[in-house]
Design a binder for this molecule. Structure first.
Ligand code: PGA
Length: 249
């Protein structure tokens, strides 16, 4: 049985006030048994979040990390720094990092390794653009992104990775993949991984991301290969995010 994971990616949004609002709401919230929930706030809020979330089931994730451990990298943050704030997860390969900051497959792999080397669980984001989907290249693109990252890892490392399928055309657009579209790609990812290691593929958590909200989460999360969600916009509203978490039960 895979443990569902709901991940709230705040991107460059939020405030100390929002951290506190989440702390209050989740301290009292009744979450479905066995569901994991993590918030990925901007770096400056990790300290407040660690303290505020201590009495809640909320875990912490980071939105990015530098592949190096330390050194002359102005403006960057390393994995070991994140660990000092109780961070458990780190996004790697988010489409905004791939597009806006030109992080290609190799840069994504370096970050994946850096996260694993300090004991973080990487959340590897993959997904096709609208152009690629329209050209019938969805599986080719997604499996390339999965394979360049996963094929060079040891099985024990691979088992600690979470994969988030986020079609680029669905991110922040309000245009969600249908449950059938998401399930098709995510079953394809699991089948691909199973061809090499069935046991590992069976245990690996696959999240859907892209305009998930309180209205569509239940149907998406009911799909057999969707083990959770990576939620952007709707994770900035406490009530909406809580409703999404509750629909994972
Ligand atoms: P969205 O973002 O839910 O706002 O579409 C998802 C993501 O980018 O992780």
């Amino acid at each position: 049985m895979r443990t569902p994971l709901l991940a709230g990616n705040w991107k460059m949004n939020g405030s100390v006030e929002l951290v506190e609002a989440f702390g209050r709401a989740f301290a009292e919230a009744k979450l479905p048994e066995g569901v994991e929930v993590a918030i990925f706030p901007p770096f400056p809020y990790l300290d407040a979040a660690q303290r505020t979330f201590a009495d809640t089931p909320l875990q912490l994730g980071a939105q990015s990390l530098n592949p190096q451990q330390s050194g002359a990298h102005t403006g960057e943050v390393s994995g070991s720094m994140l660990c000092e704030f109780g961070v458990r997860y780190a996004l790697v390969g988010h489409s905004e990092r791939r597009q806006l900051y030109r992080e290609g497959d190799e840069a994504v792999f370096d970050r994946l390794l850096a996260a694993l080397s300090v004991g973080l669980s990487p959340v590897l984001c993959v997904g096709e653009s609208l152009e690629e989907r329209d050209a019938g290249r969805t599986m080719e693109v997604v499996l390339r992104q999965v394979s360049v990252a996963m094929s060079r890892l040891e099985p024990a490392q691979r088992a600690r990775v979470v994969i988030a399928y986020e079609p680029v055309w669905a991110i922040g657009t309000g245009r969600t993949a249908t449950p059938a579209q998401a399930q098709e790609v995510m079953a394809g990812i699991r089948d691909y991984l199973a061809s090499d290691n069935p046991e590992l593929a069976e245990g690996l958590r696959l999240l859907y991301g892209g305009s998930m909200n309180a209205g569509n989460a239940g149907e998406l999360l009911a799909q057999p290969d969707i083990d959770g969600g990576l939620v952007g916009g709707a994770s900035l509203k406490v009530d909406d995010f809580l409703a999404i978490c509750q629909s994972a039960g």
